[in-house]
Each structure stands twice: as structure tokens, then as C-alpha cells.
Ligand binder design. Structure first.
Ligand SMILES: C[S@@+](CC[C@H](N)C(=O)[O-])C[C@H]1O[C@@H](n2cnc3c(N)ncnc32)[C@H](O)[C@@H]1O
Length: 228
């Protein structure tokens, strides 16, 4: 257990963090029991397609909230030089490590349990948060800790907070939270304000490279303004 923990794990004091870890540990256990392979849901596939168009060859990639690291694995298979994954869920980290072992790519992976909003992060070419920001209450802290780690690209997916998508996403998050509570896994989701996320990225020197939608999801790839 000890060797799986990343630097700063003792700082995982956010009240939501143990709930998140328990929730996703249970989900991963269910999926492993059903022998389900890690796969990318539709929104993650769209993000992947956008990232592949930027060509990951030779890039170092840091994924925060990497889950079973299906996206990281595909980016390494497409040529990324190195993948680093951090997740609050120890079961996800174990499954991610196993997936890289099966693909005989363990030498390309650094992976650890940790809170992306709190652990010290090394600079990487690309930083990715796919369906993660919406798990975490303190969006400001998560953005402030993760943005400086991106040398070139900062990519994320979140439920949209705008227009009809925002209304539907809030309803969906509320229903999912109620379902989780009913099943003894109190872990809620958040529809964070996209304006705030965009403001923080712009203030940190990023500009929008590509934006997309998949149903209620907003997909965005930002780059450092100086990198054009
Ligand atoms: C919905 S899953 C998405 C997993 C993966 N990115 C994917 O799209 O398949 C959210 C993941 O983010 C992790 N997570 C949530 N907040 C986190 C945080 N602050 N630090 C690290 N991991 C976090 C959860 O443990 C979970 O594995």
C-alpha cells in the first residue's frame, strides 16, 4: 500500500476525498468482477480524438483523476514518451498499473494515489483532467494546483454549466447524487461554472485551442498562449 502513494498523500484532508476514493474503488471492483475492460466513454473518445490530432509523439502526459488510465494507455500507444497518472482511488491505480503491464508498457508509466488539488506536480507537456473536475468540490484549488504543471496543453472535460446543457447537467448530477446516497455511496458531482474555469485558464496564460460537446459534456483543449 505504502509504495502506491504519491508525494503529499498525507495532505488528502479534503472532506470529499475519502468519499471519492471509496466511490470509485467500489465502481472499479464492480467492473473488475464483471471482467469489464477499461474503455473510454463517448466524451473521453472525443477528447482523445482531439488530443491525437495534436500528435502526442514524444510528449510527456500527466492525467489527474486518471481512473484505470485507458486514455493514458492510448496516448502512449500513439507515441507519447511518458505517462503519469494520479488518482484518489487506490483500486483505479492498481487497475491502471495492470492495464499497462498487460500492454507491456509499464516502463512508460508513473502512477500514484493522490489528490490532484494538493500533491506537488512536476511539469509535463500535456495535463489532462477528463471527467474529474466535476467530482471535486474545490474547483479553484484543483485548477490552481494543476494548471502550472502544463507546459503546453491543458485539456479537460466537464458537464456544461451553460444553457439547456447546464440545466440538464445539474438535474443529472442531482439524480446521480440521490442514487449514490440511496446505495450507501455518498459521492456527489458538481456542475462547476465554466466561466470561472475559463477565466482562471486565461489568467494563467492559456488560450482556447479547441472546443467540442458530447451530449451534456463540454470538451476543451487549451494551450499556453506563447506556444502558437
Ligand atoms: C468519472 S472518473 C473518470 C476516470 C477517467 N478520467 C475516465 O474518464 O475514465 C473520475 C476519477 O477522478 C478521480 N478523482 C476525483 N477527484 C480527484 C482528485 N482531486 N485527485 C485525484 N483524482 C480524483 C476519481 O477517483 C475517479 O477515478
Amino acid at each position: 500500500m505504502e509504495e502506491r502513494r504519491g508525494p503529499g498523500h498525507q495532505e488528502c484532508g479534503c472532506p470529499s476525498a475519502p468519499h471519492i476514493a471509496r466511490h470509485f474503488d467500489a465502481k472499479v471492483a464492480e467492473r473488475l468482477a464483471k471482467c469489464q475492460d477499461p474503455s473510454l466513454v463517448a466524451v473521453s473518445q472525443r477528447l482523445r480524438d482531439g488530443l491525437l490530432r495534436l500528435d502526442p509523439a514524444g510528449r510527456t502526459v500527466l492525467e489527474l483523476g486518471c481512473g484505470r488510465a485507458a486514455l493514458l494507455l492510448q496516448l502512449v500507444q500513439a507515441g507519447a514518451a511518458r505517462a503519469t497518472g494520479i488518482d484518489l482511488s487506490p483500486a483505479s491505480i492498481d487497475a491502471a498499473r495492470a492495464a499497462f503491464e498487460r500492454a507491456q508498457l509499464s516502463q512508460c508509466l508513473d502512477i500514484s494515489v493522490g489528490d490532484a488539488a494538493r500533491v506537488p506536480l512536476e511539469p509535463h507537456d500535456w495535463v489532462i483532467l477528463d471527467r474529474v473536475i466535476c467530482c471535486y468540490a474545490d474547483v479553484e484549488r484543483l485548477l490552481a494546483n494543476t494548471q502550472p504543471a502544463a507546459r503546453h496543453i491543458y485539456a479537460f472535460t466537464v458537464p456544461s454549466s451553460r444553457g439547456w446543457r447546464g440545466v440538464a447537467a445539474r438535474l443529472e448530477e442531482w439524480l446521480e447524487g440521490a442514487w449514490n446516497r440511496l446505495h450507501g455511496r455518498p459521492c456527489r458531482g458538481y456542475v462547476h461554472d465554466l466561466d470561472l474555469i475559463e477565466e482562471r485558464l486565461s489568467a494563467a496564460g492559456f488560450r482556447l485551442r479547441r472546443r467540442d460537446h458530447d451530449r451534456l459534456w463540454h470538451i476543451a483543449i487549451y494551450e499556453r498562449a506563447a506556444e502558437s
